[in-house]
Design a protein around this ligand. Sequence first.
Ligand code: GDP
Ligand code: K
Ligand code: MG
Length: 273
Amino acid sequence: MSAVWALAGNPNVGKTSLFNVLTGSRQKVGNWPGVTVERKEGRVRLSRGEAVVVDLPGIYGLGATSVDEQIASQFISQEEVKGVILVLDASCLDRSLYLALQIRERGKPVLCALNMVDLAEKRGIRVDLKALEGALGVRVVPTVARTGQGVEDLLRCLEEESLPGGTIQVDYGPELSTSLARLEGFLASHADKLPVSPQVGAVMAAEGDPRIWALLEDHREQLDQLVRRESLRLEEAMGMDLETALMERRWAMVSSIASRCVTFDPSAKASDS
Ligand code: GDP
Ligand code: K
Ligand code: MG
């Protein structure tokens, strides 16, 4: 059976362009179950066999606050999905990095396409590939999906059996970490119901992902109480609720990564053509 890869990224970063280069005419278009959101699946020829790539809706996060986010969140955690090809926008890396952190927390192997490097260069934006690979703990391949530049390299990485997996550790700070540990402890006693580890489930619950509630069946109320209690505790300790605290810590990490990986040359001509 062919390995299934999810193609994820913010809206307008070049996912569909990359999907088209990767799959050519070997595409199947339909809808995601139960909704009218388009679902594109295609086959990618590898030197040995092939892979299946699914073009996910464009999202800014996995917080499940929209149908698109729920589709992406659910699809990525499916067992048959081997990994995520994450498309980053080199010309606007901060926004891409927030999603990157969330996807890296899910624990699936991730391969990053650093797309729009042509546009970034025109704007005088330089991304330090090695620093970015180090910060995210994954391979990062520069691409220009519009012309297909870099796609051969991306395919070569996809064929490697040893793409790094494992989760990235966001520094959530003492207060929020305590809340997440409590959620994790609770979810550990229902681990049989979850498609993800209790640790990943704790982050999803903190983000209000309805799927965790749905899976807990008779124990939803207990989770509700725990989330509410921790949210109130953080309001007292940090002046913000659980979900806000989570976002704030992630954005802090995004800034720190961006400041290490992105340099700007103000003398470059700004032009989008
Ligand atoms: P999606 O929303 O992530 O699926 O993005 P699309 O593939 O639809 O691309 C959005 C726009 O960006 C289109 O006009 C593409 O032609 C353009 N585009 C995609 N990749 C690149 C790239 O690497 N460089 C440049 N300059 N434009 C790109
Ligand atoms: K688009
Ligand atoms: Mg698209």
